[in-house]
Design a protein around this ligand. Structure first.
Ligand code: GAL
Length: 466
């Protein structure tokens, strides 16, 4: 059985208080998956939610409605470098619980991930009851999955020196059919803040028809599109309610509405496509797509290539290295998404993160590039362009110039580059090439450098003048 089939089974057999009624909606989530997925619009818009498109067509009030949409940007107290952490979705889908979230938090500490820089423990979809509290209108944590509430989990995660994330959606229901925040942004932002939440993943399912985007946004500016305004409503609410802790705002908008053009004005990161899958084709397609939009990436501003699949599916160890390295050099958030984190890393067996996998996700030199606080821009392609995704990337960090090379072919290949062609390198006669994976120098070279790269593997170097 494939990983996805296994995960879907979880959804359909989960025995929780909210499960039965939720099942009807899980098909909606399933239809929304995939790299180019469209938003999952529901047919019936609730009347309480303003209809900006039709207002826009009808009267000058429309312009003021659009202009009056919040313009608050994301907090500068969090999210300068891309998030590092864990998220429940790829591991558990809807079958989550306090015990699983806390076990993951404890493993982040015991596996040395916290020391390596991982800090977020993020709860994804399906954490709540199916209806809001009828009086307060607040979202209510599922009492079976989270018997002590979310704030208790937050306290325990904070006590470990980690941060906690939660999930909602800029529509009428989450992708799995739970209450979502469109029209309830102030209440929900205040609730999350009160619970001690540090990170909000904000999804894009069940958008009422009157909130979908026109083919061209007002003034040709996607920041004024209905999609952007749905996200801006929550950004505005977060800006006024995050009194105790800054909340990192992650726009799970699947690469829609030209989000890379305006995402940094609203949140800290934004998904570039549909959901990740644990296979090589996902890795190459998202690298190729992201490579076309790297100019939006800098401090507080990150293209999100979706969660890690290391530990899931049948990716080879080389493919897992490429998965991690590409997310590193493109400065994507890195959120681990396996329950294998719950097992000891010392024995390599099914259902266990191996020592090699832990070594990949804790590699100090790659993580230092990702978390560099001096230079926020990613590595970008250089050299000749083939037909597939680019293979040669170069970027800067506080330490100097780095080169990353992906071998996208199915055979071991010798990859070569001339130092002259690497952006950022001076005209020195010779260079020291340092292997970031092993932490050792490959040697000193003149003019050019060649290396054999295994199929689907990625090599990573720091290059400095000799
Ligand atoms: C999808 C989202 C996934 C996950 C899921 C939950 O839209 O892309 O990452 O959050 O919803 O239902």
């Amino acid at each position: 059985m494939s990983f996805l089939a296994h995960a879907m089974r979880y959804d359909y057999f989960v025995v929780q208080s909210a499960a039965t009624a939720a099942l009807a909606h899980i098909g909606v989530w399933a239809q929304c998956s995939g790299i180019g997925k469209d938003s999952c619009a529901s047919a019936a818009p609730p009347s309480a939610i303003p209809d900006l498109i039709s207002v826009a067509a009808a009267s000058p009030t429309a312009t003021s409605a659009i202009i009056s949409a919040p313009t608050a940007g994301p907090s500068k107290e969090t999210g300068k470098t891309p998030a590092l952490g864990w998220n429940s979705w790829n591991a558990y889908r809807c079958n989550i619980s306090e015990a699983k979230v806390l076990a993951a938090a404890n493993q982040i500490v015991s596996l040395g991930l916290k020391d390596a820089g991982y800090e977020y423990v993020n709860i994804d979809d399906c954490w709540s009851e199916l209806t809001r509290d009828p009086v307060t209108k607040r979202i209510v944590p599922d009492p079976i999955k989270f018997p002590n509430g979310i704030s208790s989990v937050a306290n325990q995660v904070h006590a470990l020196g980690l941060k906690i994330g939660i999930y909602s959606d800029a529509g009428t229901e989450t992708c799995a059919g739970y209450p979502a925040s469109l029209g309830f942004e102030d209440i929900d932002a205040a609730t999350f803040s009160e619970w001690g939440i540090d990170y909000l993943k904000y999804d894009n399912c069940n958008v009422p028809k009157n909130w979908t985007d026109a083919p061209t946004p007002p003034n040709d500016d996607w920041y004024e599109s209905n999609s952007a305004i749905r996200y801006r409503q929550m950004a505005g609410a977060l800006a006024t309610t995050q009194t105790t802790r800054p909340i990192q705002f992650s726009l799970c908008i699947w690469g829609e509405a030209h989000v890379w053009d305006w995402g940094a004005k609203v949140g800290h990161s934004w998904r570039m496509a549909g959901d990740s899958t644990p296979d090589w084709s996902y890795i190459t397609s998202i690298v190729g797509r992201n490579a076309q939009n790297l100019s939006s990436i800098d401090f507080f501003s990150h293209n999100d290539m979706d969660m890690m699949e290391i530990g899931n599916g049948n990716l080879t160890i080389e493919e897992q290295r490429t998965h991690f390295a590409a997310w590193i050099f493109m400065k994507s958030p890195i959120l681990l998404g396996t329950d294998n984190i719950l097992s000891a890393p010392t024995v390599h067996q099914l259902g266990t993160l191996s020592k090699d996998q832990v070594a990949i996700i804790t590699n100090p030199e790659l993580l230092a590039f990702h978390q560099d606080t001096t230079i926020g821009t990613p590595a970008t392609p250089f050299g000749t362009k083939g037909t597939g995704p680019p293979e040669f990337f170069a970027g800067q960090s506080a330490k100097g110039t780095h080169v990353f090379i992906i071998n996208t072919s199915n055979n071991t290949e010798t990859k070569s580059f001339a130092f002259d062609d690497v952006p950022g390198l001076g005209q020195e006669a010779s260079f020291v090439v340092h292997d970031m994976w092993s932490g050792s120098d490959a040697g000193t070279f003149n003019e050019s450098f060649s290396v054999d790269v295994a199929p689907h593997d990625t090599v990573a170097f720091l290059i400095t003048a000799a």
